[in-house]
Unconditional design. Sequence first.
Length: 203
Amino acid sequence: MNRKPSCTVAALGVVLLFGASGAWAQADEARAKKIAGGSCFLCHGMNGESTSEIFPRLAGQHAEYIAKQLGAFKSGARQSTAMAEMVSKLTPDEMLALGRYYEKMSLPREEPKEPQLAAMGQYIFHNGNKFSGVPACVSCHGTTAQGAANLPRLAGQFSGYIHTQLKSFNKRERTNDNAVMHVVVQKMTELEMAAVAEYVSGK
């Protein structure tokens, strides 16, 4: 029996499926680019590089993590008057599309501004502080501070922004992420927070 026609039909179906998938991906990226160019760039820069340490760098950040944070801003689980307004009309698909859009971008590696502080941060990041009970950051965020898809990529982030977020965890002002962060940060001194932030910013 000659089965070539059915094989051809099956092959055509696969081509159409992948073609449609590619078209959707292009549409998502185009939509994300439009959203980013309409409002996100004002604070986060045209290429996710950010315009100030007040605002996080989004370039290279994990897509899933960005989508998760946008969803938290929309639901109110993470507080920010400015961000709540920005994400109020975004759909989950658009949030993920934005995440994928920024994840493709890259940031140049920058040396720490305070090498001695960064050296202290390196020790704490990799070893913790056995005297106060602070665990090593590397156990969750990895040796390169890249993190997993559901955790933030810390490498290359502004040290000032990371320091601010650590203080927010410490004060229980940020509660939308892993509760482990509250346990960890409550044991850290201001100097240790600043040191770790300085170290990962130069990774």
